[in-house]
Design a protein around this ligand. Structure first.
Ligand code: C2O
Ligand code: CU
Ligand code: CU
Length: 495
């Protein structure tokens, strides 16, 4: 009896010190819902497909949209309603589809009861309409960005980006896809029937309290490692199943998680072809049987189900780098598709940016530092997540970039020993090209990118052109708990 009390109180001390391992009751009295709870209690449901956002310009000449960030409720677990956020709905948002060259306008209403922003991740956009932390939308007000789309076909996304609130608001459900199409993507002979053979997959892990609410409570461990979930959602569903024809299937993958790094594969190890990265098509399809996406990254893949037996069932596997394996989704193969076109072997010629075009090389160090020892030992040891030794300060411009110039950025993940963790570097405004990752570039990373995984000890060199727009933009770690903790800086494009 006595011994138990002692044990209990030392555990309590550990919890206070923020050093309790993940999975213990860090959250007061409320335990977490176990992973098994989903497979035991949640029925398999058809994969939800986010609706395409309706263009208010009926002629389709311009792209005129309206969205509202609002509160909602979802029944992820039967009988345990979860309070959520969504755009025009309970969870996540509609898919926005625009064309290169189109005039775009959005009326974005904030009905959340707290400040938010609406950021176009991956979009080349004037700084004042970027939707980053410099463009807050106060509760109850409406933000009306308007600009022209100047960008090739790509699978981008949108999410809130208010200072210190990004992680929690995305966790609650604020995110959606943003497709750009153009003449090239129209003409390419690949699946493009939205929701039929061209399927958006927003992949996100979550953890829940046993009462069904999201467990987005952060202790120091969560800030450092990110809030890593033990349940996997695809398009907001826990155990989704997708029925498709036997033919080519295009999956547009978004790692929409807060801080997880995913290795995505199929249970039977089958090969698929990667056709696009963050910023658009690759030059040629790249055959792989698994792909790693850090938080914020996208990839488009093609599965050839032409030879699949009717009723064959594939399982999409998602492995968390720090966590477990999930059978995230089933794909049921039905009757043959009408067309059985083969995937073209040439996709889009890449406008490669030559290294010689760069006028400057900048160095960035993403660092995880341990500070002091503290009188309570490891648990109380302060840690700092920084870029070039600094934390985000909205009143400070970290880098000045000349308009119309080309720059090389060398980004190093300096985390060492016990503090080592991956980071996911993201730049606003530009789609860059990876020059090298530790001296090499894997073929599926040779297209345009806006977010890049940087493992401990790695250096990634990227090159980008800063065109068209002046103003202040962000660069940051896309692990949202790191970003909210200040692992972010600002660059100003000046004329
Ligand atoms: Cu996806 Cu600065 O954001
Ligand atoms: Cu962004
Ligand atoms: Cu990070």
């Amino acid at each position: 009896m006595k011994r138990r009390t002692v044990l209990k109180s030392s555990l309590a001390a550990l919890v206070l010190a923020g050093a309790a391992p993940y999975g213990l009751s860090l959250f007061g009295r409320e335990p977490l819902l176990s992973k098994a709870h989903a497979s035991n209690r949640v029925p398999i449901t058809p994969l939800p497909i986010p609706p395409l956002l309706e263009n208010l310009d009926k002629s389709g000449k311009t792209a005129r949209f309206a969205m509202e960030a609002q509160r909602g409720v979802m029944d992820f677990f039967p009988g345990k309603p979860t309070s959520t956020f969504g755009y025009n709905g309970n969870f996540l948002g509609p898919t926005i589809r625009v064309r290169n060259g189109q005039r775009f306008s959005m009326s974005a209403k904030n009905s959340l009861g707290q400040t938010t922003t609406l950021h176009w991740h991956g979009l080349h956009v004037p700084a004042q309409w970027d939707g980053g932390p410099r463009q807050p939308i106060a509760d109850g007000s409406t933000w009306k960005p308007e600009f022209t789309i100047r960008q090739e076909a790509a699978t981008l996304w949108y999410h809130p980006h208010a200072m210190g609130l990004t992680g929690e608001q995305v966790y609650n459900g604020l995110a959606g896809l943003f497709y750009i199409e153009d003449e090239f993507s129209d003409s390419l002979d690949i699946p493009k029937n939205y929701g039929v053979d061209d399927i958006p997959l927003v992949i996100q892990d979550r953890r829940f309290f046993s009462n069904g609410q999201f467990a987005y409570t952060q202790n120091m461990h969560d800030v450092m490692n990110g809030v890593i979930g033990n349940h996997m959602l695809v398009n907001g569903a826990l155990r989704p199943s997708l029925s498709v024809h036997a033919g080519l299937l295009r999956l547009r993958l978004l790692n929409g998680s807060n801080s997880s790094i995913y290795r995505i594969a199929f249970k039977d190890q089958r090969t698929f072809k990667v056709i696009a990265s963050d910023g658009g098509f690759l030059e040629h399809p790249v055959a792989m049987n698994s792909i790693v996406l850090s938080a914020g990254e996208r990839a488009e893949i093609i599965l050839d189900l032409g030879g699949a037996a009717v009723e064959e069932e594939l399982i999409l596997l998602v492995d968390q780098m720090k966590g477990s394996r999930f059978e995230a989704m089933r794909i049921k193969v039905g009757s043959p598709a009408e067309s059985n076109a083969a995937l073209p072997s040439d996709l889009r010629p890449l406008d490669r940016i030559p290294e010689s075009e760069a006028s400057i090389i900048r160095g960035f160090t993403m660092e995880t530092m341990a500070m002091g020892g503290g009188r309570m030992g490891m648990g109380m040891m302060g840690r700092r997540l920084t870029i070039n030794g600094k934390k985000m300060d909205i009143n400070r411009i970290d880098e000045q970039v000349k308009l119309s110039s080309t720059e090389i950025w060398e980004i190093t993940n300096q985390s060492v020993m016990m503090m080592s963790m991956p980071h996911s570097m993201h730049l606003h405004d530009v789609q860059f090209q990876i020059l090298s990752r530790n001296g090499q570039t894997p073929p599926h990373e040779q297209g345009r990118k806006d977010t890049v995984l940087i493992m401990p000890g790695e250096t990634v060199r990227i090159i980008s052109r800063f065109r068209d727009y002046t103003g202040v933009y962000m660069y940051h770690c896309h692990l949202l708990e790191h970003e909210d903790d200040g692992m972010m800086g600002q660059f100003k494009v000046i004329s």
